[in-house]
Structure formats: structure tokens, C-alpha cells
Design a protein around this ligand. Structure first.
Ligand code: PLP
Length: 398
């Protein structure tokens, strides 16, 4: 089945009870049992809910996953992965990450005794050097947020496997329409579904798409009586989804199911508009440099062409000058909304250093390249002409 068909049909059948064509919102916390322990597969909605089951089944089909688990936010799904680890474990993470991901690594998991090395994963030698005896996970984004670096997913996941570590890719920026990390060797593909998968800026939700595998040598933490059973990656994450309980409600699952139906057409339009805007910005005298993997000038263009089927709707650019020019420009956009987040049908624009990436220490931000004249754009699906006209008039005022 082609992707365009999958987003409409995969995993979504008429409701078995009533024939309802659209998946009903099973707004219930609990389910009647015929006899203690005898039920129809549902006992409590933190554990499982039929609306959520349909969403998880469809997502798995979209990304060639054996299973998908959804969570109440992208960060809750990241935390579930971190809960596979225990004190003393080591994680290699990309050095350019969404600020909230960096924060949960550095300010939460690190305090539970998990060690992190933040590495520029474009450099294979640096990646290989970063492994220790305790490395259990390699976590990265591609393209990275906000520097739009392209990481070779096949190569990094292969190196992780050689070292017996899990690999997880935050695939939020590309969506399964343009990039499917599990097909390139990753064990986990994570999404903030708050973004493209839902696509309408009205839900916060996360997902882990999983290529299930036996987990070798379950360690002490897994051998406690309640935890001894899960022997596979999926079973452990499913256990954690229920045990921690950061699950989304059925209404939000319904909204994401509805959003997914237009994922293919939305992504095509996001990318088409982004291509026009990137070329406009690249030729504008008030713009220093544009970071968009679809441009031939982007150092990761060739890898992006190889591992994705399109370049998405996200880009960043350096405006000529510093914070005053960036601020003036951002205060003057009219069609673009100055706001955090991305991936909705409407175009958003923001200042990473002050907004989405403020939780990264200033010195580290400078090291990565998140300077005060960096602007991030989430290109929506409006008319490209109108979007360009808006950027043009705001640049004139900067
Ligand atoms: C790339 C990326 N990963 C993860 C997240 C976190 O997701 P959520 O906000 O749904 O918790 C975000 C949010 O902006 C993001 O942009």
C-alpha cells in the first residue's frame, strides 16, 4: 500500500460494534468484566483504550514498526526510553537537540545517575570515541533542531549496533512521510506528534515507533518480580507506558487520527513552500545564511537526498546583524505567528536562543551555533507568495 493510502486506511477499520466509519472516541476510564480477570481486552484506560489502540496500530504501519506506543507528550515518550536505563548507564546524544530534550537528559536523567556525552554525530570518529563499556543508547535528531544538521542515520545506527547499544531517532521534523528511521536501522523512532503527525497545533502527544527485539541479559532492575516478564524492547516500553501512566486521552487520540489522514498532502505542501522560501531567503541581502537540507548549498544535502524522500518544512537562517535586527524582524512579521512549536498548517517563526532553546546554557548554545541572529521557521501550507511577501516586508524593517 502506498503511503498516501496508508494514512487514510492502514489500521483503521469501521468500528466492530456499530460500523461507525470514523473511529469512536471511547471516553471511558474502565470496562465491565464478565468475571474477575475475564474481559474483552480492555480493563482500564491507562493500560489500553480502543481509540488509542487504533492510533497505535496505524502509526506502526506508517513507519514500518512492529509496534507503536503513544504518550501524553513527546517528552513523556523520551522519558519512557530513559526509564529503560539505570544508574551507571551511559548515553551518547547528538550535540544539537530540542531544548526540552536536552533539559530532560541534563536536568532529570543525569540526576538519576545516567551519564551523557553530547557529540557531533556528523563526525564518525568522535562517535566511535564516545562509546564506553556502559553505553546503552545513542539518541539523535536528523535534521537537528535548530541547526538543521543532517546525520547519516544508517551509519550511526549501525555503529550503535556494533557496540550493543540501542539507537533512537527523534523523527519529529521529517514525519514518517519523508523519513523512516526504522527502515534505516534504528530501534526506536520517536515523534512529538504535537507537530506534523497531528498537524493542527491543537494536541500535545508523543509516540515511540519500535522495531521490537529481544533484550539481552536483563539486568537487575528488570529482575524485580513485576519487571521480570518483559524480555523484549516493546514489552518493556509497554510496561513503562502503563506503569508510569503518561498516556493520552481518547479525544486527543481521535484528533491525531483525524490529522494523520491529511499527512501526505500536508507534507508535500510544507516542503514545496519551504523550497520556495529557502531560495528566496538565500538570495536576500539581509540574510547571511540559510540552513535547509533541500538547498544544494547545505553540507548535508547529499545525505538528506539519500535517506529522506523530501526535505520537510523546517529551516533556520541567520539574519544579518545581531539580536536587535532579529528582534525587529520578528516583531514585524504579520502572517507568520511568533510562537514556539512547529508542524501545524499555519506558519510559525521563532528565536531559538530566547524561546525553544533557552534551556541550553548560553555557552553551549554558542558552541553549537545557536547565535542571537538565528531565526527558525516552520513553513505552513498557506500560499508561498503570501508567506514570501510577509518575510520580505519584515526583513525590510530589520
Ligand atoms: C524535535 C522535538 N522533539 C521533541 C519535542 C518535545 O515534544 P512535546 O512538546 O510534544 O513534549 C519537541 C517539541 O518542540 C521537538 O521539537
Amino acid at each position: 500500500m502506498d503511503f498516501e493510502t496508508k494514512v487514510i486506511h492502514a489500521g483503521v477499520e469501521p468500528d466492530p460494534l456499530t460500523g461507525a466509519v470514523m473511529t469512536p472516541i471511547y471516553q471511558t476510564s474502565t470496562y465491565a468484566q464478565e468475571s474477575p480477570g475475564h474481559h474483552r481486552g480492555y480493563e482500564y484506560s491507562r493500560t489500553d483504550n480502543p481509540t488509542r489502540t487504533v492510533l497505535q496500530t496505524q502509526l506502526a504501519e506508517l513507519e514500518s514498526a512492529t509496534h507503536t506506543l503513544v504518550f501524553s507528550s513527546g517528552l513523556a515518550s523520551i522519558d519512557a526510553v530513559l526509564n529503560l536505563l539505570q544508574a551507571g548507564d551511559h548515553v551518547i546524544a547528538g550535540d544539537d537537540l530540542y531544548g526540552g530534550t536536552y533539559r530532560v537528559f541534563d536536568k532529570v536523567a543525569a540526576h538519576r545517575g545516567i551519564a551523557f556525552s553530547f557529540v557531533d554525530l556528523r563526525d564518525e570518529a568522535k562517535l566511535r570515541q564516545a562509546f564506553t563499556q556502559s553505553t546503552k543508547l545513542v539518541w539523535f535528531e536528523s535534521p537537528t533542531n535548530p541547526m538543521m544538521n543532517v546525520i547519516d542515520i544508517r551509519s550511526v545506527t549501525q555503529i550503535a549496533r556494533e557496540h550493543g547499544a540501542l539507537s533512537a531517532v527523534d523523527n519529529t521534523f521529517m514525519s514518517p512521510y519523508f523519513q523512516r528511521p526504522l527502515e534505516l536501522g534504528a530501534d526506536i523512532s520517536m515523534h512529538s506528534m504535537t507537530k506534523y503527525l497531528n498537524g493542527h497545533s491543537d494536541v500535545v502527544m508523543g509516540a515511540l515507533m519500535i522495531r521490537d527485539k529481544e533484550m539481552k541479559s536483563p539486568r537487575k532492575v528488570w529482575s524485580d518480580p513485576d519487571f521480570s516478564a518483559p524480555k523484549t524492547l516493546y514489552a518493556r516500553l509497554k510496561f513503562l507506558q502503563n506503569a508510569i501512566g503518561a498516556t493520552p486521552g481518547p479525544f486527543d487520540c481521535f484528533l491525531v487520527l483525524r490529522g494523520i489522514k491529511t499527512l501526505a498532502v500536508r507534507m508535500q505542501r510544507h516542503a514545496e513552500n519551504a523550497g520556495h522560501i529557502a531560495r528566496f531567503l538565500e538570495s536576500h541581502p539581509k540574510v547571511e545564511r540559510v540552513l535547509y537540507p533541500g538547498l544544494e548549498s547545505h553540507p548535508g544535502h547529499a545525505i538528506a537526498e539519500r535517506q529522506t524522500s523530501g526535505f520537510g518544512g523546517m529551516m533556520t537562517f541567520f539574519i544579518r546583524g545581531g539580536l536587535p535586527e532579529a528582534r525587529k524582524f520578528l516583531e514585524n512579521v504579520k502572517l507568520f505567528t511568533l510562537a514556539e512549536s512547529l508542524g501545524g498548517v499555519e506558519s510559525l517563526i521563532e528565536h531559538p536562543a530566547i524561546m525553544t532553546h533557552a534551556s541550553i546554557p548560553a555557552e553551549k548554545r554558542r558552541e553549537i551555533g545557536i547565535l542571537d541572529n538565528l531565526v527558525r521557521v516552520s513553513v505552513g501550507i498557506e500560499s508561498a507568495n503570501d508567506l514570501i511577501a510577509d518575510l520580505d516586508q519584515a526583513l525590510a524593517k530589520a
